[in-house]
Design a protein around this ligand. Structure first.
Ligand SMILES: Cc1cc2nc3c(=O)[nH]c(=O)nc-3n(C[C@H](O)[C@H](O)[C@H](O)COP(=O)(O)OP(=O)(O)OC[C@H]3O[C@@H](n4cnc5c(N)ncnc54)[C@H](O)[C@@H]3O)c2cc1C
Length: 367
């Protein structure tokens, strides 16, 4: 068995790729194990929303710091990673979220009237309730992010499945993969749906809740608008209280999903097998009511697994056992560069940030 003085990262989703890139920034040799294709687990598909608005002010601050890392890396990688078209939010939660953003300071978010809303979100039907614009948010160019990070990491990303991890008792970690057995200084597990299973091999029971999610993509009618914001709609005015939507690069397609997910049992089966179909139908019905700028016939479907933590749909945390780190949470795409830097710091001996410890429950609404 060879001894390699480097860090093993398990999973080449956006969190693993960002962690490995942040380790490389520190000059730490790294190997990333990926059992499938980089960026095709929960990080699959085109486009995600980068938004600052969260219920937990600590998470607002974390996200603000994260935006700076995205900008730094976009420059270094020579790619646009977040659009400049902002995020609009609709509904009764707007005043509270706006207050949190304003209290955080330095985040360009403000309420908008109907005319500005139409200019920013020309695909939307008439709406006159509370609305805000997060100008520092935008659509994450997911494919550009995954591809440019994977390219920068080159041969450090290997196609191999990690079967188990073992602390050696010498302060190192042994990684048993499909075709290998290696010893590392430490390991960082960012394996999405696979994280809780690997954590059990070192005696940790993570409260990760798996669920199934639906997102549909629609063609914009006519010429693509020059500018189009991402959308978060909790208004109920169009028959749903939790919808998000985000443009593809070029603005000719728009992806729409309900925040609601479908519960799955411990063995991965559905408690209600028809629930996923029902979510599809509701997303289509929402588009015909709320988004007349889209052709209501979907052109793409994304059915996928998501993992979340019990305290919030934006919750995230990092567990540690015997020098091995396990990252879990939901809505992590926007957080990945900042989280990756925190994981790289922890894995190289700088300690884990207090806010990321499970006891901190980052993302939980205060009070
Ligand atoms: C449709 C959809 C919309 C979303 N919208 C947003 C949004 O707007 N904004 C936002 O910030 N977030 C959003 N999210 C959430 C975000 O995309 C995920 O939280 C994020 O992509 C998770 O990345 P990850 O790297 O942790 O996990 P994953 O992308 O799942 O990566 C884990 C990787 O580990 C690999 N793996 C697993 N087990 C092993 C093993 N044993 N050995 C080797 N490799 C292994 C898997 O193959 C996979 O590639 C959305 C998610 C979905 C699905």
């Amino acid at each position: 068995m060879s001894r390699v003085p480097e860090v093993a990262v398990v999973g080449a989703g956006i969190v693993g790729l960002c962690t490995a890139f942040a380790l490389a920034e520190r000059g730490t040799p790294v190997r990333v194990y990926e059992s499938g294709v980089p960026g095709h687990g929960q990080s699959g598909g085109q486009s995600r929303i980068f938004r600052h608005a969260h219920d937990d002010p600590r998470l607002v601050e974390f996200t603000r710091e994260g935006r700076a890392v995205w900008d730094e890396w976009a420059e270094r990688l020579g790619a646009e990673l977040i659009s400049g078209d902002g995020v609009v939010a609709l509904g009764g939660s707007v005043p509270g979220r706006l207050r949190i953003l304003q209290e955080a300071g330095g985040i360009p978010a403000r309420s908008v009237d109907g005319a500005e809303l139409h200019a920013r979100m020309p695909l939307l039907a008439d709406y006159s309730g509370p609305a805000m614009l997060d100008e520092g948010g935008g659509a994450i160019r997911t494919r550009a992010a995954v591809e440019s990070l994977a390219d920068a990491l080159g041969d450090a990303v290997v196609s191999d499945e990690v079967i188990s991890l073992h602390p050696t008792g010498r302060g190192t970690v042994e990684v048993l993969s499909s075709v290998g057995r290696e010893e590392y200084a430490t390991a960082v597990v960012c394996a999405g749906m696979g994280t809780a299973r690997l954590a059990r091999t070192v005696g940790l029971s993570l409260p990760v809740q798996p669920a199934a999610h639906v997102r549909l993509t629609f063609q914009v009618r006519g010429a693509p608008p020059e500018r189009v914001a991402c959308l978060q709609d909790s208004s109920g005015d169009f028959g749903e209280v939790g919808v998000y939507a985000t443009p593809y690069p070029g603005n000719s397609r728009y992806a729409v999903g309900l925040n609601e997910t479908v519960e799955v049992r411990e063995d991965g089966s559905f408690a209600d097998p028809r629930a996923l179909v029902a979510l599809n139908d509701r997303a289509r019905a929402y588009v015909s009511r709320a988004l007349p700028g889209l052709d209501p016939e979907p052109v793409e479907y994304l059915h996928c697994w998501v993992t979340s933590l019990p305290w919030s749909e934006d919750g995230m945390a990092v567990w540690e056992a015997d020098g091995i780190y396990f990252a879990a949470g939901h809505n992590l795409f926007k957080q990945a560069p900042r989280l990756g830097r925190a994981l790289a710091a922890a894995a190289t001996g700088d300690g884990l940030e207090e806010n990321l410890r499970p006891t901190a429950a980052l993302g939980r609404q205060p009070g």
